[in-house]
Write a protein that binds this ligand. Structure first.
Ligand SMILES: [Zn+2]
Length: 182
């Protein structure tokens, strides 16, 4: 992706509010803004914003909001959370947004189905499928286990992430109220 163009496209539809949030004005799902490039590459805006500011999102990490504002794309309001701290409410918080918005999830829904059908449990098949679809073995494993794809999982987890909205001590925020950081 052309980062300059991506950044331009992102900022075009962002309105900076008084509290420092950069509010995405375009399409949203579940409160999270999304942005489409060339009609096929879809990103969630805050993930894109983090990526543009910091580089690749490490595998297994989720981009979370300190500000409790899912449509916010201000990199300074974003932080990386790990999956471990966010596994609790993945089931009831499922959101049905795109699964193709980041580098670790390049698979379409039909590819996911294909992989499930094609996996026959043979030794080495996992790796082979991973190579063939150009994703990690872990991702294939998750798909086979019928788990949500990384992107969907991460989508689910932001909500939990936001409860933590740390930067300081995690416990400080755990029982905390829902007040917005300004
Ligand atoms: Zn914000």
């Amino acid at each position: 992706m052309d980062k300059d163009k991506a950044s331009e496209k992102l900022m075009k539809r962002v309105v900076k509010s008084a509290n420092g949030c950069w509010e995405w004005q375009g399409g949203k799902s579940g409160g999270y803004g999304h942005i489409v490039f060339k009609g096929r590459e879809t990103w969630l805006c805050h993930r894109l914003a983090w990526f543009l500011a910091n580089g690749d999102i490490p595998k297994g990490k989720f981009v979370c909001h300190r500000c409790d504002n899912p449509s916010c794309c201000n990199p300074e309001h974003l932080f990386l959370g790990s999956s471990v701290e966010n596994t609790t409410d993945r089931h009831d918080k499922r959101r049905d947004a795109t699964g193709e918005q980041n580098g670790s999830s390049k698979l379409s829904d039909s590819q996911v189905d294909e992989i499930r059908k094609r996996y026959d449990g043979q030794y080495g098949r996992l790796k082979q499928l991973a190579q063939e679809y150009n994703v990690s073995s872990d991702q294939i494993r998750n798909i086979i286990r019928g788990r949500q794809r990384m992107s969907k999982v991460s989508e689910v987890n932001w909500t939990t992430c936001r409860l933590r909205r740390s930067g300081t001590s995690p416990t400080e925020h755990l029982g905390g109220k829902k007040s917005k950081t300004t």
